[in-house]
Write a protein that binds this ligand. Structure first.
Ligand SMILES: [Zn+2]
Length: 184
């Protein structure tokens, strides 16, 4: 079983994040700055613990403050929300900024259920309509996490880039398409 192919919307989510040119926080500089070369997995784990320990994280994501298993390895970063295992891939740990942004991205997966309030999947598992977990609910949480960890300018840029790449975020409830003719 090989790696599944990346869908268009999934790639758009990665591209939007890269285009947002997110800054690196003082916390990440302090935790990762001393290490030259690849940030060790234990430093990434310490960063994730530090973010989970902040008052804003407790307030926003009370059900997700428990310990995570953080691993490294080749290939892309990913998160298993059932086992709470977060992989921050070697490539994503090659510098402090990239490592921080990968940690925040994966943390947004941890706090986002792929099932909606109706217990239905938020999006198809595969195919052109699948963003592979980078759906609206994930984007709203990621934008919030970036705002709290990296500041409002950074989160505004991220939101704008998501929008540019066809992945808009709406504050509050996802906006419904309202037809001006029928009003439905
Ligand atoms: Zn992701």
């Amino acid at each position: 079983m090989g790696e599944p192919t990346i869908t268009h919307l999934q790639q758009a989510a990665y591209d939007a994040q890269a285009s947002a040119a997110l800054p690196t926080s003082e916390l990440a500089e302090a935790l990762f700055g001393g290490s030259s070369g690849t940030v060790p997995v234990r430093q990434a784990a310490a960063y994730l613990r530090a973010v989970q320990a902040t008052p804003w994280f407790h307030a926003a994501f009370a059900g997700h403050t428990g310990p995570l298993e953080v691993v490294g390895g080749r290939g892309p970063s990913r998160t298993d929300t059932v086992t709470r295992q977060v992989k921050i891939g070697t490539e994503d740990r090659r510098d402090p900024g990239r490592c921080e942004h990968a940690c925040l991205h994966e943390l947004a997966h941890i706090v986002t259920n792929d099932l909606g309030a109706d217990r239905e999947l938020r999006e198809p598992v595969d195919g052109p309509d699948s963003s592979r977990g980078h759906h609206h609910a994930w984007r709203v949480n990621f934008v919030l996490i970036v705002r709290m960890a990296l500041g409002r300018q950074a989160s505004s840029r991220l939101r704008r880039e998501f929008n540019e790449w066809g992945l808009p975020t709406f504050v509050g409830e996802p906006r419904r398409c309202v037809s001006p003719l029928t009003g439905s």
